[in-house]
Design a binder for this molecule. Structure first.
Ligand code: PLP
Length: 390
């Protein structure tokens, strides 16, 4: 197998060596249950609370506002159901047309259960119109849920302003910050955001650990009921190694925020520039919007994203498509459809997502390989006669 060039960090990230090292002790030696009365358990509890403090520092909030969950999806579901159960008489949710399935498919399901959902539109750059949000809110609205940054395009949405608008109308505000956390600064203390989700495996902690932030004073109804863990807000024995890992990963992410903006941003821009110079008939999605520094969504006209991925995979290059074709459907993703990306482009969309562990050499390797891959596919495409890579 070739050396792996991993440009799929919005799907999941490698666990940092420091995170792994911090976790090891809690798998082998400090394996006690933090709820136990004995000192051994109490020792683990202290470390767990220290990790909570580190996550709180990354988010600019208080440790008591952090609830550990099993993943971003659980945090998203908990937030939405908590709002709906807090205001059972309110049957309306406002979200966007570009949310991750963790929110989008849940909202689709809730519609079948009798809720009304408004999916705010986006423009061709993937950006929201806040006037549309304001108009959508009413006395029936239980919650607004708007993602901080889009997982496919990296487009950053104006969640702090949106939270203010929701608050003015007395509506709770949740944001799915799974892709934003660790990549751009987050300061919850200075915002009106009530609920926020993050996920460990997107910021170099392991899979199976997530966080739901609940602003102090926000009415909250638990999703998992049972034991008294997490102050009665989320039952189930804590995933201590995962929590310790996320604590360390949060500290590293905070220390590396500057590097994420500059180093990772420069790598992404080098890749973007290089592709534009070398391959005709391509489109960078969300290019004029504010984007996460690590994400590049690029559409190649007249080719299929899956075919590009398969050929790149032969070179050890890992990326993702921007479509939902993994489910066997040939429909472009709901995000690209919402952005009205023309069909011939949307089909050939690839998402490259980088991290601090990537290098310039890796970017240059992709720039060397990809033009040939696109040319090969365009040469056999029934739709493309004139088009080919330069
Ligand atoms: N929200 C966003 C924006 C995501 O990108 C993802 C994962 O891709 C999730 C939620 C789900 O997170 P998890 O895999 O931890 O359930």
């Amino acid at each position: 197998m070739n050396k792996i060039i991993y440009f799929d960090n919005n799907a999941t990230t490698r666990v940092s060596p420091e995170v792994k090292e911090a976790m090891d002790l809690f798998l082998t030696e400090l394996y006690g249950n933090p709820s136990s009365i004995h000192q051994f358990g109490g020792q683990v509890k202290k470390h767990l609370e220290a990790a909570r403090g580190r996550v709180a520092s990354l988010l600019g909030c208080q440790p008591e506002e952090i609830i550990f969950t099993s993943c971003g999806t659980e945090s998203d579901s908990t937030a939405i159901y908590s709002a709906l159960n807090t205001f059972p008489e309110k049957k309306h949710i406002v979200t966007t047309s570009v949310e991750h399935p963790a929110i989008y498919n849940l909202c689709r399901y809730l519609e079948r259960q009798g809720y009304r959902v408004t999916y705010l539109s986006v423009d061709e750059e993937g950006q929201l119109d806040l006037d549309e949000l304001e108009k959508a809110l009413g006395p029936e609205t239980a919650l607004v849920s708007i993602m901080w940054a889009n997982n496919e395009t990296g487009v950053v949405l104006p969640v702090e302003k949106a939270a203010e608008i929701a608050h003015e109308k007395g509506v709770l505000f949740h944001t799915d910050a799974v892709q934003a956390a660790g990549k751009i600064p987050i300061n919850l203390a200075g915002s009106r955001i009530d609920l926020l989700s993050i996920s460990g495996h997107k910021l170099h902690a392991p899979k199976g650990i997530g966080v739901l932030y609940v602003r102090q004073g926000t009415k909250f109804v638990p999703f998992l009921r049972g034991g008294h863990q997490e102050n009665g807000r989320r039952a189930g024995t804590e995933n201590v190694p995962g929590i310790i890992g996320l604590g360390t990963a949060s500290q590293l992410a905070l220390n590396n925020l500057e590097r994420e903006q500059s180093y990772v941003g420069q790598l992404r821009d080098r890749l973007e520039r290089g592709l534009l110079e070398r391959i005709p008939d391509i489109k960078i999605n969300g290019a004029r919007a504010r984007r996460l520094p690590n994400t590049l969504s690029v559409s190649f006209e007249f080719v299929e994203g899956e075919s590009i991925l398969l050929l790149l995979s032969d070179y050890g290059i890992c990326a993702s498509t921007g479509s939902a074709c993994s489910s066997g459907s040939l429909e472009p993703s709901h995000v690209l459809q919402a952005m009205k990306i023309p069909f011939t482009f949307a089909h050939g969309t690839i998402r490259f997502s980088l991290s601090i562990y990537n290098t310039e050499e890796e970017v240059d390797y992709v720039l060397e390989v990809l033009p040939g891959v696109i040319k090969k596919l365009r040469d056999i495409s029934p739709f493309s006669s004139a088009s080919s890579a330069r």
